[in-house]
Design a binder for this molecule. Structure first.
Ligand code: FAD
Length: 146
């Protein structure tokens, strides 16, 4: 089991939420097939993505991703062995940076514009886990309310 974390610069314009949804839909389909899990954080300028799975599956996935014209400057922050997955139930969870989650970014030292070139792998991992917990609480509250 390995984990790869990278960042890249968005090149999409127009409806970014729609763009993110399209990426996530294909990612979830492919990643489920390939046994890859992880998280994709998007702040409209930068993508931060965590990919977990067998090393061959991660490398094949990343090879496809880095050729995608919807982003550029893909840069690996870390590729490391992992004892167990941190996102076992997420084929690819997607999180758009919105005012709702500003406090979570702040708690990881990201106040204004995010500069992923200055982020450590551990910070990205912890941020993604906190964003996942936030998303799961939100979904559970919505279910209870309906
Ligand atoms: P198809 O979905 O059929 O796509 C065929 C080709 O068209 C590919 O080369 C694709 O890059 C290109 N393409 C499709 N839609 C668009 C579009 N709207 N604009 C420009 N080109 C387009 N894929 C994964 O499998 N797992 C991931 O975790 C993953 N994460 C991603 C994260 C980011 C930030 C980005 C930008 C892309 C990500 N992708 C991911 C998508 C990946 O880059 C490939 O597009 C996808 O894996 C190809 O899937 P497919 O072989 O089923 O081809």
């Amino acid at each position: 089991m390995h984990q790869l974390i990278y960042f890249s610069r968005n090149t999409m314009s127009g409806d970014m939420l729609k763009g993110l949804k399209e990426i996530l839909s294909v990612s979830q389909r492919n990643n489920q097939r390939d046994g890859v899990t992880g998280s994709l954080i998007f702040d409209k300028v930068w993508f931060l993505q965590i990919l977990e799975g067998d090393i061959e599956a991660i490398q094949a996935t990343y090879k496809r991703i880095e050729q995608d014209p919807r982003h550029c400057e893909a840069t690996v922050i870390t590729l490391r062995p992992l004892i167990q997955r941190q996102f076992p139930d997420w084929g690819m969870g997607g999180l758009l940076r919105s005012p709702d989650v500003q406090e979570i970014f702040l708690s990881h030292g990201i106040g204004g514009e995010m500069d992923p070139r200055k982020l450590h792998a551990a910070t990205v991992g912890d941020l993604a886990l906190d964003l996942k917990a936030f998303e799961q609480r939100k979904r559970s509250d919505t279910r209870k309310a309906s």
